[in-house]
Design a binder for this molecule. Structure first.
Ligand code: EAX
Length: 330
């Protein structure tokens, strides 16, 4: 597929009279690109792409315009990564849910209880391990611009309060289309139903699944409180997010513009993470006020103990030393 066909290059007349001075500015071309997310605009990811768009436009003096699309209007996350790979969209901001289907090396980041907290995860992603992982996208036709964040995931459902792994037995839950999550949740006794995010609200509403798991940011942005009674602060897995761009499109940028795009992603990541922190701070009170039943004190050790056989399998698959390198990163 020809990438350039998708880039609408508009001749933008910047040579309009500048105020009363009458000085003409050199005319320049404007290139429009698209970026999308699967969640609503008023969210940690919305803030991320809005900031990215502003920063790119500002840093390139308006030569690049980034159009933003929300709520899965251009497709779910797997479809969007595919579209970026093919060049049918230039950019996407996505959780790592479907990423292993494209870059298997990234699976390791989705292991439950891998990170102690957000600070640990951010340090790993911003450090050599995370930065090296970004380069693994290159050979797949994708330029990874930077690690953002989806947040720490918690479980919600309509059947019962979840206090321990025993309460998960037989619960039918939507999961991301992610092999690591699916293996782990099966290990917890959950009946897993992988599904793209844009279908989740309806699936919960119609009872196709009993529950789902997502960070507070997503739970709030998606208004899951309208279709879910119970939530447990399981904090069972950290969910990274990532800015992805079609590699051919990135490679065609001038050296200076490449830098502008990378810097824009950095600023966007900062805004995205700040919103995750704000959502985590207000989320529990906010959802309680809306009627959600919340189990706040979850014994995470019991969940980890239940996952031992799955961990043993992950160690075989990913190498114990690679997992330990992340766990022990300071
Ligand atoms: O990226 O699919 C998911 O559950 C994701 O967390 C969500 O789309 C936000």
């Amino acid at each position: 597929m020809k990438i350039s066909r998708r880039l609408s290059t508009l001749g933008l007349a910047c040579g309009l009279a500048l105020g009363l001075s009458g000085v003409a500015v050199t005319a320049h071309a404007q290139t429009t690109m698209r970026i999308n997310i699967s969640v609503a605009k008023d969210s940690h990811q919305g803030v991320g792409i809005d900031t990215f768009a502003q920063e790119v436009e500002q840093r390139t003096g308006g030569r690049y315009k980034i159009q933003t699309f929300y709520s899965g209007s251009l497709g779910g996350e797997r479809e969007s990564i595919e579209a970026v790979q093919l060049g049918t969209h230039e950019l996407t901001f996505t959780s790592t849910g479907p990423v292993p289907n494209f870059v298997p090396e990234a699976r390791i980041l989705d292991i439950p209880f891998l990170f102690r907290d957000k600070a640990h995860a951010r340090a790993v992603l911003d450090g050599p391990i995370g930065q090296d992982m970004l380069t693994k996208f290159d050979s797949k036709g994708i330029k990874a611009l930077g690690w953002g964040e989806n947040g720490v995931r918690h479980m919600t459902n309509n059947r019962r309060a979840v206090n321990s792994p025993d309460d998960l037995k037989g619960l039918k839950m939507r999961t991301m289309e992610n092999p690591v999550h699916v293996a782990a949740y099966k290990g917890l006794g959950i009946v897993t139903t992988p599904m793209a995010f844009p279908e989740v609200f309806t699936a919960l509403q119609q009872g196709t699944v009993d529950g789902q798991e997502n960070p507070l940011s997503v739970i709030m942005a998606a208004k899951f409180v309208q279709v879910q009674k119970h939530m447990s602060l399981t904090g069972h897995v950290y969910s990274p997010a990532i800015f992805l761009m079609n590699k051919g499109v990135f490679d065609k940028l001038s050296a200076a513009d490449k830098q502008h795009f990378l810097e824009a992603a950095k600023v966007a990541v900062k805004a995205n993470r700040e919103r995750v922190d704000a959502d985590d701070t207000r989320g529990v009170a906010d959802l309680k006020a809306q009627g959600m039943q919340i189990v706040e004190n979850v014994d995470k050790q019991r969940f980890m103990a239940q996952l031992q056989p799955v961990y043993a399998d992950f160690e075989r698959q990913f190498g114990k030393e690679n997992i330990d390198r992340i766990r022990n990163f300071k």
